[in-house]
Design a protein around this ligand. Structure first.
Ligand SMILES: CC(C)(COP(=O)(O)OP(=O)(O)OC[C@H]1O[C@@H](n2cnc3c(N)ncnc32)[C@H](O)[C@@H]1OP(=O)(O)O)[C@@H](O)C(=O)NCCC(=O)NCCS
Length: 193
């Protein structure tokens, strides 16, 4: 992947820019947001806060992992839809670790942002932090990468806008996302498209 000089926005290459000599066998994919030349990575940010309540917790008084995964999926889907402005389905969730418990009464802070996009798929990174509301102490508890696929209302694949990469950090995230995608598809026994 080429790295642009700092400060110069760049976009991931469009599939329509790829050379091809044969007509596609599949019906063409429609654009999710045809008027969009691309979406800035910074526009895809989503954030949620939850106070952990007793019904979110196990008998030890700490949050259920499944509840955190539900919150991660919701904030991830919000971020993906901010990118493509179309319905999305979750195709893959990379292995997720729970580094520290979150206590009842503490705040779960979830931050999501699109890292990488392909033709119809979008990788979102979600970071989960616990906040002690009395002291303000913050602790990262989980990190997850989710792949969403954009669909139209009839369930057909739609092409997502390109991702405008404005900073070196955006470009680093995009390159790392591309590498994770290769590994993810390899694990799933799928070919990269
Ligand atoms: C995910 C799903 C849409 C993929 O359908 P498909 O017909 O296999 O899709 P395609 O082969 O056309 O692939 C579409 C995109 O998804 C990506 N993809 C598919 N499976 C993937 C996987 N396991 N991991 C990462 N990406 C995946 C493809 O690489 C492709 O990306 P691209 O368009 O950016 O190149 C389909 O399997 C599905 O609907 N699954 C159920 C989703 C669901 O209900 N989720 C809720 C949680 S249960």
């Amino acid at each position: 992947m080429s790295i642009d000089p700092p400060g110069e926005p760049s976009v991931n290459p469009s599939p329509s820019e790829q050379p091809h000599s044969m007509a596609p066998l599949q019906p063409p994919i429609e654009d999710a947001a045809p008027e969009e030349p691309g979406r800035r990575a910074s526009e895809t940010e989503a954030e949620q806060h939850h106070i952990v309540m007793p019904n979110d917790a196990n008998p030890l008084g700490t949050v259920f992992g499944g509840r955190v995964m539900e919150w991660v999926d919701i904030v991830g889907a919000i971020s993906a839809q901010r990118h493509c402005r179309a319905p999305v389905v979750l195709a893959a969730l990379d292995d997720m670790q729970f580094l520290h418990p979150i206590m009842v009464g503490h705040i779960a802070v979830l931050k999501a942002r699109v890292n990488w996009v392909g033709n119809t798929s979008i990788e979102v990174g979600v970071k989960v932090t616990s906040e002690n509301p009395l002291t303000g102490e913050l602790r990262q508890t989980s990190k997850a990468y989710l792949t969403y696929v954009a669909r139209n209302e009839e369930g057909r694949a739609v092409r997502v806008p390109r991702l405008i990469l404005e900073t070196d950090e955006d470009r680093r995230r995009f390159a790392d996302g591309a590498e994770r995608r290769r590994e993810r598809l390899r694990r799933a026994g799928r070919e990269e498209t």
